[in-house]
Design a protein around this ligand. Structure first.
Ligand SMILES: Cc1cc2nc3c(=O)[nH]c(=O)nc-3n(C[C@H](O)[C@H](O)[C@H](O)COP(=O)(O)O)c2cc1C
Length: 260
């Protein structure tokens, strides 16, 4: 066969495509575990950051060792004996027997479905409960923001809020990742004296002299929709359909942390 014949060109083309395809598939498959591991590491680092654990532990290893994973039944706010190492949110969200479909006014975070069980993280410092870290998510402008909210042991004061995945615009909604904005959350209160969720990202700047100051975080400039999304997702996950029952059970000592 002649080297520059049409048939030869086609055969060489097909051969090259097959080899390249095989190489790319092999690399993709062999890196899959590594990619999944990286996602887990990233989430762990956000948990550590939300709870500001590196201010108290020499390294991430010690910080992670201080954390216990607890599976919570969101319907009654009680700990579940579901094995924490088998928990997979994606599977739960696909399985209608393991989640609740949210409608209209119930779906303020615009997540459509809410898992029946959730994995939360509890940090014990010097053997005492110190921080509760809750997974939160909700729709911004372009997609769902996924993150962690860390509450101090009074179950009302925010330690930090970190997002590990979102599709918001750099310079606008993606300013949720700006360290200066994230600092504003530390010390803010979530519930008022009647137990109602009050924490909110407002439009503009919160006035330090106002009564609402402890419940307000400055809005993201030019990103009111993302800001509102963050307020909504916090209202949802701190409310009755989210972790509200669990938090109340902890506050009322109906769950002893030593039992979970
Ligand atoms: C290309 C583009 C990207 C945008 N990205 C965001 C975003 O990530 N989050 C957001 O809230 N608003 C975003 N906006 C702006 C919104 O459309 C809307 O104008 C804004 O949320 C209103 O906020 P403001 O009242 O603070 O100006 C974007 C606008 C454009 C044109």
């Amino acid at each position: 066969m002649q080297k520059d014949s049409i048939l030869n060109i086609i055969l060489v083309g097909i051969g090259l495509c097959t080899i390249c395809g095989a190489v790319i598939s092999t690399v993709a498959v062999s890196l899959k575990d590594q990619q999944e591991q990286n996602v887990i590491f990233d989430q762990q680092s956000k948990i550590i950051d939300a709870a500001r654990l590196l201010e108290f532990y020499p390294s991430s290893i010690e910080a992670l060792e201080s954390i216990k994973e607890v599976i919570v039944d969101l319907n009654d706010g009680q700990p579940s004996d579901y094995p924490s190492d088998q928990y997979d949110l994606d599977t739960i969200l696909r399985d209608s027997s393991q989640h609740k479909v949210l409608n209209g006014a119930d779906d303020i975070a615009m997540i459509s479905v809410r898992e029946n069980i959730s994995k939360v993280f509890i940090e014990y410092r010097n053997n005492e409960f110190k921080t509760l870290i809750l997974p939160v998510r909700g729709y911004g402008l372009w997609g769902t923001l996924y993150g962690y909210l860390a509450l101090d042991s009074d179950l009302n004061t925010i330690v930090g809020l970190e997002f590990y995945k979102h599709k918001e615009t750099p310079g606008l909604g993606a300013e949720v990742d700006n360290p200066n904005w994230k600092k504003l959350w530390n010390g803010k209160k979530v519930y008022d004296e009647n137990g109602l969720v009050q924490i909110e990202v407002i439009k503009g700047f919160s006035n330090p002299g106002s009564e609402e100051y402890s419940y307000e975080v400055d809005g993201l400039s030019g990103a009111t929709i993302t800001s509102k999304g963050v307020s909504n997702l916090l209202a949802f996950w701190l409310g009755d359909e989210g972790f509200g029952p669990f938090i109340n059970n902890l506050k009322n000592k109906e769950i002893k942390l030593s039992d979970v």
